[in-house]
Design a protein around this ligand. Sequence first.
Ligand code: PRX
Length: 657
Amino acid sequence: MPSPTSSGAITSVLQETRVFPPPAEFARAAHVSSLEQYQELWNRAKDDPEGFWAEQAGRLISWFKPWDRVLDWNPPFAKWFEGALVNASYNCVDRHCEGPNKNKAALIWEGEPGDRRVLRYQDLQREVARFANVLKGLGVRKGDVVALYLPMIPELVVAALACARIGAPHTVVFGGFSAEALAGRIQDCKAKVLVTADGGYRRGKVVPLKENADGAAAVCPTLQHVVVYRRTGLDVAWSHGRDHWWHELEANASAVCPPEPVDSEHPLFILYTSGSTGKPKGILHTTGGYLVGTALTTQWVFDIKDDDTYWCTADVGWVTGHSYLVYGPLALGATCVMFEGAPNWPDEGRFWKIIEDYRVTILYTAPTAIRAFMKWGEQFPRRHDLSSLRLLGSVGEPINPEAWMWYHKVIGGGRCPVVDTWWQTETGAIMISPLPGATPTVPGSATRPLPGIVPEVVTKDGTPVGVNEGGFLIVKQPWPSMLRTIYGDDDRYKAQYWSDIPGSYFTGDGARRDENGNFWIMGRVDDVLNVAGHRLSTMEVESALVSHRAVAEAAVVGKPDDLKGQAIAAFVTLESGYAASEELRKELRNHVVKEIGALARPDDIHFTDALPKTRSGKIMRRLLRDIAAGVESGGDTSTLEDLSVMVRLRRFEQKAG
Ligand code: PRX
């Protein structure tokens, strides 16, 4: 583990003193409405976690059978609500159809070409039950994994909930990933069925999802069926026997499919995310605890009420979409806006038009989008009536105070609290965040841990650091929505999260806590990059680069980027017989896109004749980070095997510059 002070990434010099107390009117009506109430809840949960979580579980989720035991903690393996029977699809759909909400809009959807659909809870129930029967008809049984590789259309939500209905864990693969990346995930979880579409729209173009799915299916022997939703009308290749049109299968499917009661610990989904190795890991979430965590945080952090129109802009391919577009808000019977496309297509006003058109009250988006909006200018939001908004959320990376202030002022009109929510794929739900009616907010800080969550900032040996000192962010107690393991690899789960600081969950993030008890997240301290809110490992991009015949060695580091937070810089040595050229640089970029997806395209590729290494052969990324960022290396180079490498790299940079 690197030291928290040797990494520039977590040496915070931020001195932010602006404080925004919750607006009185907001606080009066909020679920948690004062700092005292928050503190009481937090203390209560700390003193009696099982009592606290049992109360939340009973209040928020419908169980077919109650649990025998709240928590079985056999570190680092947790079982929550053991013995209980539950179903996520029942909680997100059916139970809302039993009362006055059956005609309430569950999903308000807008496609990129401007097509619109509204699915009421009753519609969602019918669609989910039908598709669950389709899956059953293809032989999917409880426990079988189903891969979903779809655009942002309602069918993605329908398919996920249909899987949950029959106890088939889903693995959603973001539509921006390549055929190779999709194949790797299908192979790892041995999915039997893949659900995709002919294509999806993005910035006026059609993303050829079926073509990628075909590429993946060709190398995935476990895959028996591919279900294809017709979205764009694009011509697609067809494998008879394997491929089926969604609409044809659905035409013959019954709309009655009782939700299958599953054990609270039954797998709900596997979501792949980047760690510090070349291979993404399958984060496993189970049913009962995950539902409790996402429903509770949706209620408290987003303060959702029955009449809200809530919009989480994230793609369901990421954990934010899972927890805060699908499971959390639908468990609470909320009305969710869902959109297909991009923030700047057909123009830079897309978000603001959606907010105006649907009278969105709560917006949850990412700092990278906010920084892009700032760059595009205030004229776009100013053209629209944003007065329906009452709460703003941010997620995915640290939000710089300038972006926070812009969001608060220009989008929120100065009246909407901003909740900066810190969490991870692994944590399943929000961990550190203001509660908008209770917590005074400070631009750039995620503020305080939610009730039931006990984080701490510590040194390498687990000792708590002092006020305002940087250290490693850990979580000390298990929580219901925590990952249960890395799919198929308990040892890696233990080693990755629970061995650096024994007995605690290590997040991979650096942080400090200020004199008011507010947490400031300072970014990753491992080899994980955060590029425009997308998580990538340096090793993953390196593996993609070295799989090209011209590349001998590659080292990838992040460099600061005003818009994306981090950009990708690659240092590459070439096999003999290959020479550096602009053409090769382009080819390598395209190669990475093919191996992983456009989100991993390197911004800079530096050709070099050697990489700076320690005597034991480890690449000194710290030095490369400095070169990529164009700053002088202040750090120690005494362990460098060959000092002249640095001199040559710098000289090369000057020439290139
Ligand atoms: O470094 C933290 C950053 O995103 C990482 C988790 O990425 P992922 O699993 O893809 O989940 C993103 C959506 C929850 C964290 O380790 N991160 C996430 N939210 C914040 C953040 N960094 C600072 N502030 C945040 N609010």
